[in-house]
Ligand binder design. Structure first.
Ligand SMILES: Nc1ncnc2c1ncn2[C@@H]1O[C@H](COP(=O)(O)OP(=O)(O)OP(=O)(O)O)[C@@H](O)[C@H]1O
Length: 773
C-alpha cells in the first residue's frame, strides 16, 4: 500500500521537476535515494510552509506533510519504506536540509521581489534525450499509483479488520505518533477518489495524455465556452471569446495551447532552436500568476510538460530574462513584459515566433496605462527584422496585412462600450456598434484572419448562473453599520468587500478588525509582496477555533477593483459592494468573484440615497438582455432583490460601530498627522527654515475645499492615548455583551453567534429567501 499523504505536487514543485528534466539548472543534490525501511522517528516530515514569497507569514498553522512513504504490513508490525538517505537523523535534522532543498527547488520558480541583480547560478544542462526518459517513468509511476487505491481498497478493508495497533515507536513528536501511527486501526477507511469520466471531452479530439490530465483536475466535461472555443482554436482560427465570469475561460485558451505544444513535441522538433509557443497578456500581476498556476496544474498530469513562466513587476528582471530564454508559455503584464523583451533582441526574436498571442480580460487590458505597452508589444511582434518597423500603421484605416503566423485569442466576460471607444480612439460620446468595435479590435491586434471567430457563450446574461444578487438601501453614513451587520450574520461565508477608493480600504480594514472580524486589505498601493500575502491569507482556511462553542469567522478581504478581474479564489461565498461600482462591467467582474464554476454565491450592494439612480441604471444595464428575453419591463430590478433589514437589530449594533469608527479614525488621523509633520519638518529643513510651534500649526491649514475634513482630522489627532484606550475597553465590553434582537433573546457574538444565526437570520435580513441568507 502506498501512503502518500499529499498526493499531488504543488505547481511550483512540479514545475521545478519539469524544468530540471528539461535541462534547467540543477537543483537536486545527489543522494542515496533508494527506498528502504525507515524507523518512524526518521520519517521526513516537513513543515507545511507558505511559499518562499510569503516568507514572513506565519506558516500553515503548524501543519506537517510527508510524501513518498510506503506503508508495509509484516504480520502485525507496520513498517515504513521511504527514500530517506541512510544514516540520516530524524525529521528535525532533516528540516534544515529540506528547507535548503526547497530553496533550491524554488530558485527558478519564484525569484524574489526586488530588482537587484543576484549571483548567477551555473545551470547544469541535461541532454534532450534524458528529458524524455524521466517523464515516462513518471507516467508509469502515476499509472501504478492510480491502480493501487483500488487494490488497496479491496485488500485494505480485509486487513484493516485484522490489523492490530503497531507497537509504539519512540518519536520526537508524541502527538504526531498518537494521532497518525499508533491509531492506524481506528482510522476510517478512506475511499479512493473515483476516476472522473472524461467521455464528454471526446468530441474535442484532444490527445489522450491531455484528456487524462484534465481528468486529474476532476473536470468531467468542458464548460460551454471551452466546448465552443477549443475546436475553433485547434482548427487554427483566431478567436474572440465572451463568457460569464468563472466559466473556465482560462482553460478555453490554455488547453489548445498545451495541445499544440504536445503535438510539436510529438513531431520531434526538439532539435530546432527553441522558442516559446504562446504569450498571454494579463491586466494584473495577481491574475498573471494565477493563470500560470492554473496551466501548471493542468500540465501536472502530463508525461511531458511545457515550461511556463510569469513575467510581472515586482520580480527580478535578470532572472525573468533567464526564465524567458527557456520558456514555452509566457504569461505577463504588458508593462513588465515590454520592459524585459524590448531590451533583449534575442528574446524578442524568439518571442516573435509564438504560435499564440492571448489577450485575457481584453477590455481591461486594452485601456488605461496598459494599452500603450500592449500595443507596443503587438507592434514589435510584427516587425519582420530586429529594428525594422512593421509596414502597417496600426492607426491607419487600411486593413493591416499580417506578416505573422500566430493565432490571436481574446477573452473576457465583458466587451463594453469603453473598450469600443478606446479602440476607436474616439471622443467619449462617439459610440460605435459591435461590428465596428470588433473591426477595431481586429486592426489593433492584427489578427491572422480577416474575420476572427466571435464566440459568445452567454449572450443573454453576463452573470454567473448560480449568483444571487441583493441590494440594501441605507443612509450614506450607515454603510459601516450595515456592512458589519451583514458580515457578522454570515460568519461562515468567505467575503470580499469592494470599495472604490484605496483610503476606504485603509479605513475599513482596521474598523472591522477592531470589531473582532478577520479583515485583510488588498489595493494597488500595497507592495507586491504584501498584495500576494493578503491573497494567500484570504485563501487559507480559517483556523480551527480552540473554543468549540464559539464561531469561526471566515476571512474577509477588503479590496479595490484590483481584485475584481479574473481572480479565482476558491469558496468566496459573498461579495459586498461597499461602494456602488463605477460601471456595469465592474459590477459584473466584482460579482463574478463568487459563484464560480459550479458553485453558488451572493452579491450584495450597499446603496446610499445618492447612489440610488446610478444603481438602478447599472442594474438595468446588466440585466437588460435578461429582461428583454423574459419580456419583463426593464425598470424592474430584475434578478436583484431588495433586502429589507430589521432596523431594530441593526440599532443594537450601532454603539459598537460608533466606537470602532472613532478608534479607527483617530488612529489613522494620528498616523497621517505624524507623517505630515515629518514631511513639513523635512521640507523646512531642506529650505533651512526653523518653524516654531505656532507656525507649524498654521502651515497646511486653509479654509478651502476639504478644510472641514482637515479640521476633523485635527480634532482626532488631539484625542489623548488614554481616551482611545478607554474606547477600546468599552468596545471590548460591548463585544462581550448580548444583543437583544427585539424578536427573541439571542446572543450576537463570542458566546453563541451560530445559534443566533440559526434562529434569526431570516428575521434579521427580512424577506431574502431567494438569496439563501
Ligand atoms: N471544465 C471545467 N469543469 C469544472 N470546473 C472548471 C472547468 N474548467 C475550469 N474550471 C474551474 O472553473 C473556475 C473558473 O475558471 P476561470 O478562472 O478560468 O474562469 P474565467 O471564465 O476566466 O473567470 P473570470 O471571467 O472571472 O476571469 C476555476 O476554478 C477552474 O479551475
Amino acid at each position: 500500500m502506498a501512503f502518500d499523504k499529499k498526493r499531488k505536487h504543488s505547481g511550483e514543485q512540479a514545475q521545478a521537476k519539469r524544468s530540471q528534466s528539461k535541462g534547467g539548472p540543477k537543483r537536486q543534490k545527489t543522494q542515496n535515494t533508494e527506498k528502504h525501511f525507515v524507523p518512524v522517528d526518521e520519517l521526513p516530515w516537513q513543515t507545511v510552509e507558505v511559499p518562499e514569497m510569503f516568507d514572513d507569514a506565519e506558516g500553515f498553522y503548524g501543519l506537517e506533510e510527508i510524501q513518498g512513504v510506503d506503508v508495509v504490513r509484516e504480520g502485525d508490525v507496520i513498517k515504513f519504506v521511504a527514500a530517506v538517505p541512510k544514516g540520516k537523523a530524524g525529521k528535525k535534522k532533516d528540516d534544515k536540509k529540506a528547507e535548503d532543498q526547497k530553496m533550491e527547488d524554488n530558485e527558478d520558480e519564484f525569484e524574489g521581489f526586488d530588482d537587484t541583480p543576484e549571483e548567477e547560478s551555473t545551470p547544469v544542462e541535461t541532454k534532450a534525450g534524458d528529458q524524455k526518459k524521466e517523464p515516462k517513468t513518471k507516467k508509469k509511476d502515476a499509472k501504478d499509483q492510480k491502480k493501487e487505491p483500488k487494490e488497496a481498497k479491496k485488500d485494505g478493508k480485509k486487513d484493516a479488520k485484522k490489523q492490530k495497533k503497531p507497537a509504539p515507536q519512540p518519536t520526537e513528536d508524541p502527538e504526531l505518533e498518537s494521532n497518525l501511527f499508533t491509531s492506524l486501526d481506528t482510522l476510517p477507511d478512506i475511499e479512493p477518489e473515483e476516476d472522473v469520466d472524461t467521455s464528454e471531452w471526446a468530441p474535442l479530439e484532444l490527445s489522450p495524455d491531455l484528456v487524462a490530465a484534465i481528468g486529474n483536475l476532476r473536470f468531467g466535461k468542458p464548460t460551454p465556452i471551452q466546448a465552443r472555443a477549443i475546436p475553433e482554436i485547434i482548427n487554427g482560427h483566431d478567436v474572440i471569446g465572451k463568457a460569464s465570469t468563472g466559466s473556465g475561460k482560462t482553460l478555453a485558451f490554455g488547453i489548445p495551447i498545451v495541445e499544440k505544444w504536445l503535438a510539436k513535441q510529438a513531431e520531434g522538433k526538439e532539435d530546432e532552436k527553441k522558442h516559446p509557443i504562446a504569450m498571454i497578456l494579463s491586466p494584473t500581476r495577481e491574475l498573471a500568476h494565477q493563470i500560470s498556476d492554473h496551466l501548471k496544474k493542468l500540465c501536472d498530469g502530463l508525461t511531458e510538460s511545457p515550461y511556463i513562466c510569469s513575467v510581472t513587476g515586482g520580480l527580478a528582471i535578470q532572472k525573468q530574462l533567464r526564465q524567458l530564454e527557456k520558456a514555452d508559455i509566457i504569461i505577463g503584464t504588458p508593462g513588465r513584459l515590454w520592459e524585459v523583451i524590448s531590451t533583449e533582441i534575442a528574446v524578442m526574436n524568439s518571442i516573435r515566433q509564438i504560435d499564440f498571442l492571448v489577450v485575457d480580460e481584453a477590455d481591461r487590458l486594452l485601456k488605461d496605462g496598459q494599452f500603450k505597452e500592449a500595443e507596443d508589444i503587438i507592434k514589435a511582434l510584427d516587425r519582420t527584422r530586429p529594428g525594422e518597423e512593421a509596414e502597417e500603421d496600426s492607426d491607419s484605416d487600411e486593413e493591416p496585412t499580417p506578416k505573422h503566423n500566430r493565432q490571436t485569442l481574446v477573452f473576457s466576460a465583458t466587451f463594453n462600450k469603453a473598450l469600443q471607444q478606446k479602440l476607436a480612439g474616439k471622443a467619449r460620446y462617439n459610440l460605435m456598434g459591435e461590428a465596428e468595435s470588433l473591426e477595431h479590435l481586429l486592426k489593433k491586434l492584427n489578427f491572422r484572419e480577416a474575420k476572427p471567430k466571435f464566440i459568445d457563450a452567454n449572450p443573454v446574461s453576463q452573470m454567473a448562473d448560480k449568483l444571487k444578487e441583493g441590494l440594501i438601501h441605507c443612509g450614506d453614513l450607515e454603510k459601516d453599520l450595515y456592512l458589519y451587520a451583514v458580515l457578522l450574520l454570515q460568519p461562515t461565508r468567505r467575503a470580499l468587500v469592494f470599495t472604490n477608493a484605496i483610503n476606504t480600504v485603509r479605513r475599513l480594514t482596521p474598523f472591522l478588525q477592531n470589531l473582532g472580524l478577520p479583515a485583510i486589505s488588498l489595493h494597488s498601493d500595497m507592495e507586491q509582496k504584501a498584495r500576494l500575502r493578503s491573497l494567500e491569507k484570504f485563501k487559507a482556511d480559517p483556523p480551527k477555533n480552540a473554543n468549540p462553542g464559539s464561531s469561526v469567522q471566515a476571512p474577509i478581504l477588503v479590496a479595490t477593483d484590483v481584485a475584481a478581474r479574473g481572480l479565482d479564489i476558491p469558496n468566496v461565498d459573498l461579495v459586498i459592494h461597499y461602494h456602488v461600482p463605477r460601471s456595469a462591467d465592474d459590477y459584473v467582474h466584482r460579482s463574478g468573484r463568487t459563484a464560480r464554476a459550479t458553485q453558488s454565491g451572493v452579491s450584495i450592494m450597499l446603496c446610499g440615497p445618492k447612489e440610488d439612480i446610478p444603481t438602478q441604471r447599472l442594474i438595468t444595464k446588466v440585466h437588460a438582455s435578461t429582461a428583454a428575453s423574459s419580456g419583463k419591463p426593464k425598470k424592474d430590478l430584475l434578478g436583484v432583490q431588495t433586502i429589507d433589514i430589521d432596523r431594530r437589530l441593526v440599532s443594537h449594533l450601532k454603539p459598537r460601530v460608533t466606537l470602532s469608527k472613532k478608534i479607527t479614525e483617530t488612529t489613522i488621523a494620528k498616523e497621517k498627522g505624524a507623517k505630515e509633520d515629518d514631511w513639513l519638518k523635512n521640507a523646512a529643513e531642506e529650505l533651512g527654515i526653523e518653524l516654531d510651534e505656532d507656525e507649524f500649526e498654521k502651515v497646511g491649514s486653509w479654509k478651502g475645499k476639504g478644510s472641514g475634513k482637515k479640521q476633523q482630522e485635527k480634532q482626532a489627532r488631539a484625542v489623548g492615548k488614554q481616551e482611545v484606550q478607554k474606547w477600546r475597553w468599552e468596545l471590548k465590553e460591548l463585544l462581550k455583551r448580548r444583543v437583544n434582537t427585539g424578536v427573541s433573546e439571542k446572543y450576537l457574538n463570542g458566546v453563541d453567534v451560530e445559534g443566533l444565526l440559526r434562529g434569526v437570520r431570516s428575521e434579521f435580513l427580512g424577506q431574502v429567501e431567494g438569496l439563501g441568507l
